[in-house]
Structure formats: structure tokens, C-alpha cells
Design a protein around this ligand. Structure first.
Ligand SMILES: C[S@@+](CC[C@H](N)C(=O)[O-])C[C@H]1O[C@@H](n2cnc3c(N)ncnc32)[C@H](O)[C@@H]1O
Length: 259
């Protein structure tokens, strides 16, 4: 069991290392990534508009596109990712990330982002962050209940965890469950079919037990928002992901005062 988890993590690391240099550009060239940026970006922006002096963690942040967006408003932003290639690419291409955000309508002045290679073991001490982002990462962790618990611990009282999870009921997900294994044996081929191979490196498939994890961690569900497959046409009818907004219970005013 431990060996299987290790080999899956190694497959994931290879997968994301290979894609690090092209990851951010997907937010320009792929309709599903553009749609994710629009929905998640607006949610991040709205959340931070109501939280002056916020401290933000982008967990599994890849090159840190959402970390850079958060930094346009927040006082302190940390981006943690297990892939050194993702972290390095993001650090070396900050202005490219800024241009990409501006093209998507997020054009405020850039802030600071501290990038760090790490995983759930590197999460900081109790109650450090007002907002935590976990975008497209929970489906890759071996113990999502433990990770959501650790993220809840890192939130201040009244803090918000914004995360996306796959929607297992979406027809898009049914199709990927079929295409994934086929793509895995055709690796090396360029194009979108080969990219469906991510479906084989998710420990829980499309079923991330986020609701059970949230209630175990004492997080309240504030909202669930469908994330469409694309930003126009028939793609807007399909919703392969859900954005979830979870709130740490506690004295919200005290959390915002950073007391
Ligand atoms: C699908 S990418 C999403 C990147 C970014 N959040 C975004 O939305 O563009 C998933 C990222 O999670 C990272 N990752 C996977 N497992 C992780 C873990 N246990 N701890 C930290 N990062 C992890 C991968 O290295 C990868 O960069």
C-alpha cells in the first residue's frame, strides 16, 4: 500500500514536471482553463476585496497563477507546491503570469509571492492564513481528509478555504474515465488526448470526499459553484469541476483583526 502510494506520487511528480513550462499558457489557450480562471479568479478577488491585510496560502499552486492574483490584493502570499519545476517556472516568469492575469481582466498592480517547494507536511502552524486556495490539487493527494484537516488547522478563525474538486456526475468525467487509461498507453503523443492521462494519477478518481472531510475539520460549506468546461458555446453547459467555499467557524471579526 505504501509502495503504491509512493509510485503514484512519483507518477504525479513526473506528470507535472513535464508540464511545468507549458502549464500557465493553458490558462490562455484551453477553454476549460480559461473558464477555471474566470470562475476561481473572481471568487478569489471577491473574497480578498472584503479582507484587507489578508494572508493567503496557495496550496498545490503550481507556477502560482492564483497566488499572483491573490497578491494583487493581499498583504502576504505563500505558494507551496511539490513540483520544483512548477515553482521554479513560476518564480522565473512572474511578469508572464501578470500579463496572463491582465488579459483575463485581473489587472491590478502585482504584489509579492513567496514560493516554496513542499507538500502537506510543510503546512505552517495553526491559524496562519485568512484565505487558503487549493485549486485542482485535492484530487491528487492520497489522504484528502487529512489534507483538508491540515488546511483547516492553518486557517484563522473565520478564514476561507476555496478549493476545486472534480464533479463525478459530469459526462465529461465519464468520458475521461474511459479515455484516461487509453491515453496512458499512448504517452508521448502530443495533443489533448495524451493530456487526459491525468485521470489515471488521481488516487480517488473523481470522488474526493471533501464534504465528509469538511465536516470532520469543522468547516462550514458557504457555497458550491459549478465550473464550466469552457467560456463560450455548448461548453458552458457542462461542469466537470465544482468550486467549493468552506469557512472555518469561530469569531470572524477576531480572525479579520488578526488578534
Ligand atoms: C493540476 S495542478 C494545479 C496547479 C494550480 N493550483 C492551478 O490551478 O493552476 C496540481 C498541482 O498540485 C501539485 N501537488 C500534487 N500533490 C501535491 C501535494 N501533496 N502537496 C503539494 N502539491 C501537490 C502538483 O505538483 C501540481 O503542481
Amino acid at each position: 500500500m505504501v509502495n503504491r502510494a509512493r509510485s503514484l506520487a512519483a507518477d504525479q511528480d513526473r506528470h507535472f514536471d513535464e508540464r511545468a513550462a507549458t502549464w500557465a499558457d493553458r490558462y490562455r489557450s484551453h477553454p476549460s482553463f480559461r473558464a477555471r480562471l474566470a470562475v476561481v479568479g473572481n471568487a478569489v478577488d471577491d473574497e480578498l476585496a472584503g479582507r484587507p491585510d489578508a494572508r493567503v496560502l496557495d496550496y498545490g499552486g503550481g507556477p502560482g497563477l492564483f497566488a499572483e492574483l491573490a497578491a494583487q490584493r493581499a498583504t502576504e502570499v505563500v505558494c507551496i507546491d511539490r513540483s520544483p519545476s512548477m515553482i521554479e517556472w513560476g518564480q522565473q516568469h512572474r511578469s508572464e503570469l501578470g500579463s496572463l492575469l491582465a488579459e483575463a481582466g485581473f489587472a491590478r498592480a502585482p504584489g509579492d509571492v513567496r514560493r516554496q517547494v513542499g507538500d502537506e507536511q510543510s503546512l505552517p502552524a495553526r491559524g496562519s492564513f485568512d484565505v487558503i486556495l487549493a485549486i485542482a490539487v485535492l484530487e491528487y493527494v492520497g489522504d484528502p481528509v487529512g489534507v483538508i484537516g491540515a488546511l483547516a488547522t492553518a486557517l484563522r478563525p473565520g478564514g476561507t478555504l476555496l478549493a476545486t474538486v472534480p464533479n463525478p456526475r459530469s459526462p465529461v468525467r465519464w468520458a475521461q474515465r474511459i479515455a484516461g487509461p487509453v491515453a496512458a498507453v499512448t504517452t508521448g503523443r502530443p495533443g489533448r488526448i495524451a493530456d487526459q492521462s491525468f485521470a489515471t494519477i488521481r488516487p480517488h478518481g473523481d470522488r474526493v470526499p471533501w464534504s465528509r472531510a469538511a465536516s470532520a475539520a469543522g468547516l462550514d460549506v458557504v457555497a458550491t459553484t459549478p465550473v464550466p468546461l469552457g467560456d463560450r458555446g455548448s461548453r458552458t453547459w457542462l461542469h466537470p469541476n465544482t468550486l467549493i467555499s468552506l469557512r472555518a467557524s469561530g469569531d470572524e471579526c477576531e480572525g479579520l483583526r488578526h488578534g
